[in-house]
Ligand binder design. Structure first.
Ligand code: ADP
Length: 497
């Protein structure tokens, strides 16, 4: 069942969107702030430039023949009152101050006298800068009514009755400020909403495209992983080198290959195990059935059977018990080797001595079968570095097979040959031999060339030998011709004392 695309990478997309929204809001706020700041500055600079000459004008026009001071040196308040009425009729937002040349306020005409007491002096530095630049520069001066605040102004110097001073006019008075703030707020809301919406629109568009591109590959990979998870073991990311997240795509494909490989291996191991169990249970059942049959016969006919018959039956039961215990022993050994529960304990030992011992051990069986069993050992003593009990087990299995598959009057020879860094061990017989087509499989578990052979064993002997060779990082080779005999050859690392 196909799930909606959205559900594939929701968290990532959500986080990306949240980040985008945050950036958009931040951008909008910064935009409004910067625009507001410069709009205000622009507004004030314009007002100052337009009204730069107002103070000069005032002095030229109004004080032409008069002085701002009375004869007793005090300020001519009547003149100023007049002046202000004229000025305010034109512009209500201005405030006029008369300063002495130290910046001290001598007289002021402001619209609202109920306000805070004005400051007693204003800073001269901006005044001088203004006069120097002839009003062309944007300079802020002290606002006497609001100490600490800076406002645009116009100023002109004068000299009358031996007194020098300035006519200082605050251009953006309280009224101007109120109106300006009001208008600015109105425009800002519009500007802010407009700008933010526009930014959001573009950012959303860019965001949508970027997120789509970014998550495109992720979606593809997630889809493939899901297909794999749902059982489609062939699901792989196509053309991983073209993906924007190539390493990830390759890793997934490699991982999927490994999983499929392991699954195949497990399946084949499982198949072999089932085969083994089926074959083994068959082999256990045969000797058990024989045992049961002979024991029952012995029980029922014990009075009618001759002594020699009884002896024969007992011998058969004995042989079958032997067979059973051997099979169980081999199975136990093989399963331990296969489960890698056995770690070889390698040490130097004399392969020559071990071979002498084994030949002696098997001599009785060989003699019984009238088979010549020999050791061919041109060297005095050959030392190898290996696990002695495992090598003994392998040699036992090989000698046992050689004797088993060789007819009476035949020969079995164990040869030890010193090579450069190795010692070569060869078990040769003149027995039945193994068909060429079967040779590659005889080391497989439970492989028997001819299931109907009388000498049939467990089919585990050579598989155990192979496992022991693996543990010694060596291989075993078979050279065999049907009816002529077989040779099993392997090498062990020589030990230099
Ligand atoms: P088994 O218990 O049947 O002998 P092995 O694993 O020892 O099982 O051997 C597997 C098969 O390889 C045998 O069934 C036999 O057909 C063949 N084989 C092994 N050794 C020899 C040999 N020396 N000569 C002829 N055939 C052999």
């Amino acid at each position: 069942m196909k799930e909606p695309e959205k559900a594939l990478t929701p968290r990532l997309v959500k986080k990306m969107w949240l980040t985008f929204i945050f950036i958009i809001v931040l951008m909008g706020a910064s935009y409004i702030f910067i625009t507001g700041y410069f709009a205000n500055m622009y507004n004030q600079a314009t007002a100052q430039r337009v009204n730069a000459d107002i103070a000069n004008h005032l002095i030229e026009e109004k004080f032409q023949n008069t002085s701002p001071f009375l004869e007793d040196g005090s300020v001519n308040k009547a003149l100023f009152g007049d002046l202000m009425h004229d000025m305010m009729a034109v512009n209500r937002s201005i405030e006029v101050y008369l300063l002495n040349n130290a910046g001290q306020i001598l007289y002021s005409v402001v619209l609202d006298h109920s306000d805070n007491a004005p400051a007693k002096r204003v800073s001269l530095a901006p005044i001088k800068q203004f006069i120097e630049n002839k009003g062309e520069a944007y300079v802020l001066g002290d606002d006497p009514r609001n100490p600490g605040e800076q406002k645009i102004f116009s100023v002109a110097s004068f000299e009358a009755d031996g007194q020098a001073g300035y006519v200082y006019i605050i251009l953006a008075g309280k009224e101007f400020q109120l109106i300006s703030e009001n208008l600015l707020a109105q425009y800002f809301i519009k500007l802010g909403i407009g700008a933010t919406l526009l930014t959001m629109l573009f950012a959303a568009f860019i965001g949508f495209i970027s997120i789509w591109f970014l998550t495109k590959n992720l979606r593809l990979i997630t889809r493939t992983i899901r297909r794999f998870q749902e059982g489609d073991l062939d699901a792989r990311i196509e053309n991983p080198e073209k993906s924007n997240i190539e390493v990830f795509a390759h890793s997934f494909n490699d991982m999927a290959d490994t999983i499929v490989g392991n699954l195949d291996k497990m399946k084949s191991v499982d198949l072999l195990r089932r085969e083994l169990i089926a074959n083994v249970s068959h082999d256990l059942r045969t000797p058990l059935a024989i045992l049961k049959g002979y024991i029952e016969t012995l029980q029922i006919k014990k009075d009618t059977l001759s002594e020699s018959e009884k002896e024969e039956y007992l011998q058969i039961t004995h042989d079958n018990v032997d067979k059973l215990s051997k099979l169980i022993h081999q199975l136990f050994e093989y399963s331990k080797l296969e489960a890698e529960q056995i770690t070889p304990i390698k040490e130097p030992f004399s392969i020559t001595e071990l071979s002498y011992d084994l030949i002696a051990k098997f001599q009785v069986i060989a003699d019984k079968k009238e088979i010549g069993l020999h050791l061919n050992n041109p060297e005095e003593n050959s030392m190898v570095f290996a696990d002695v009990s495992l090598v003994e087990r392998a040699l036992q299995n090989l000698i046992e097979n050689a004797i088993k598959y060789t007819e009476p009057q035949g020969k079995v020879t164990l040869s030890i040959k010193r090579k450069e860094n190795n010692v070569e061990i060869n078990i040769t017989d003149t027995g039945t031999g193994i068909p060429v087509s079967e040779q590659p499989f005889i080391f497989d578990r439970y492989k028997q060339v001819d299931k109907n052979q009388k000498k049939m064993g467990s089919g585990l002997g050579l598989a155990i030998v192979k496992k022991i060779m693996d543990l010694h990082d060596t291989t075993i080779t078979v050279l065999s011709r049907p009816k002529e005999g077989s040779s099993f050859i392997f090498n062990l690392p020589a030990y230099q004392s």
